[in-house]
Write a protein that binds this ligand. Structure first.
Ligand code: SF4
Length: 447
């Protein structure tokens, strides 16, 4: 009996890539492939790649090298590179790794079946031309049975001068509200409790969809979408990411405060605390505007969780301008801050600029920022001590199997003693007994 074909997907990068990989896995299983945890035991190996920083891009080449060698011994091995490096490099990748069968950009994730059929007909395929992303009927093979990603808008029309995303993920394409709601209804029926609505710039949701209101605003916005999907049966929690300060509105904040299922956690990258750097980044807001947004959120939801992204060492950034970033972090007190040193990316304006800083200066600033971030996060965590927090149980604590783990509405990772078989997927009230910078420990009020 012919052994089943097996596939293995390695995913690099952001939530958008993770969601794309889940959809591609669903398509492969729909084609009769079985999942293999070991790439060396798979007939089809797919790397879903990231190019946000140089080190992310370089990673895939070392993986590819090994599989390309394997292909010389195993001719029925199919090698696929998907995601942002595929889009950025296209044909060049085939010259660099001639053993590749398929190079496909993120917009083509839903077309994996068609593209593989061309490969199985003996072709080497490159799919990176801009296309309209069609709704995919295949069920994604999701990693979690508790919380799920739901794409609401693909691509980005912004032009942040350091960012490669618009070049590799293309123009904004919003899904229609009915398709998003239908996907969420399906997930609710399957027992999913939590949904994260995804978009590179989720505040741009709907502006490419037809229709304006009498007052002239877009008929479809993220705020309207939240009201439209809020009553989907079975879904207890709704999150969304990634926000953009340029388009963040009080109307959205009011909706989040009003809608019980929308979690009080906001992920709003600020990138720099200095207005001249923000201008050079073409972010389209000032640090003062950013601070007003956070103040407004805390006016409506004083206990809301705030996370963000920040870049240090942007071309030309002076010590004083870096200190403006430290000041903003000091003043706001983030629950979590993803930090990175500036990495020049192909095809982005800032990569051409003269004033590139040395790796020493960049890593020195990154360490100083990370130290401050941990101090502030630990301070912020203390507010949970002694409080009752609702935790959605997702898994076992890998470090202590007597404990389970999950997230609060504020997206804080929390550990407590409990039986995963009984508690997985449950919303449990937990009394917080210990706080750390980025996680909490508590006692379940069930026992
Ligand atoms: S908003 Fe800016 S940083 Fe974010 S994906 Fe778009 S171009 Fe990149």
């Amino acid at each position: 009996m012919k052994s089943p074909r097996r596939y293995h997907i390695t995913t690099f990068g952001c939530q958008m890539n993770k969601a794309d990989s889940e959809r591609m896995a669903g398509i492969l299983e729909n084609m009769g492939f079985e999942c293999s945890d070991d790439p060396n035991n798979a007939n089809l190996v797919l790397y879903n790649t990231c190019t946000i920083r140089d080190n992310a891009e370089q990673k895939v080449y070392s993986y590819l090298g090994r599989q390309a060698k394997r292909k010389h011994e195993q001719s029925d091995l199919t090698l696929v590179v998907a995601g942002c490096v595929a889009q950025q490099e296209g044909e060049t990748l085939l010259r660099r790794v001639p053993e590749l069968d398929l190079v496909m950009g993120p917009q083509h994730a839903n077309r994996l079946r068609d593209l593989l059929e061309q490969v199985f007909d003996g072709n080497q395929v490159v799919a990176t031309e801009p296309i309209h992303i069609v709704e995919d009927i295949t069920k994604p093979r999701r990693d979690s049975r508790i919380s799920a990603w739901v794409n609401v808008i693909y691509g980005c029309n912004e032009r942040c001068t350091y960012c490669v995303v618009p070049n590799v993920r293309g123009k904004e394409q919003s899904r229609i509200p009915e398709a998003i709601r239908a996907e969420m209804e399906g997930l609710g029926q399957q027992g999913y409790q939590e949904i994260t609505l995804l978009g590179q710039n989720i505040d741009a949701y709907g502006r490419d969809l037809p229709g304006v209101t009498e007052s002239g605003r877009h008929r479809h916005t993220l705020t309207d979408l939240l009201y439209y999907v809020h009553d989907v049966p079975g879904i207890e929690r709704i999150r969304f990411a990634t926000s953009h300060p340029r388009y963040f509105t009080e109307r959205l904040i009011r909706a989040c405060n009003e809608l019980p299922k929308v979690c009080e956690h906001f992920h709003i990258p600020f990138q720099s605390g200095d207005n001249d750097i923000l201008k050079a980044m073409a972010r389209g807001y000032t640090h003062q505007k950013y601070r007003r947004i956070i103040d407004k959120i805390r006016e409506y939801m004083p206990d809301a969780s705030i996370s963000a992204d920040a870049i240090v060492g942007f071309p030309g950034e002076t010590e004083a301008q870096f200190e403006n970033t430290l000041n903003l972090v000091e003043d706001i007190g983030f629950d979590q801050l993803n930090t990175a040193a500036y990495s020049p990316r192909p095809g982005t304006p800032a990569a051409q600029w003269e004033e590139q800083l040395s790796e020493e200066v960049k890593s020195d600033r990154l360490q100083r920022l990370n130290r401050l971030v941990s101090v502030k996060a630990a301070e912020r965590s203390q507010r949970y001590l002694g409080r009752i927090e609702e935790v959605l149980v997702e898994d076992q604590n890998p470090k202590d199997t007597t404990q389970v783990m999950g997230r609060t509405r504020g997206n804080r990772l929390t550990f407590f003693t409990g039986d995963l078989r009984e508690l997985k997927g449950q919303l449990v009230n937990v009394k917080i007994t210990q706080t750390r910078a980025f996680s909490l420990t508590g006692e379940s009020l069930r026992y």
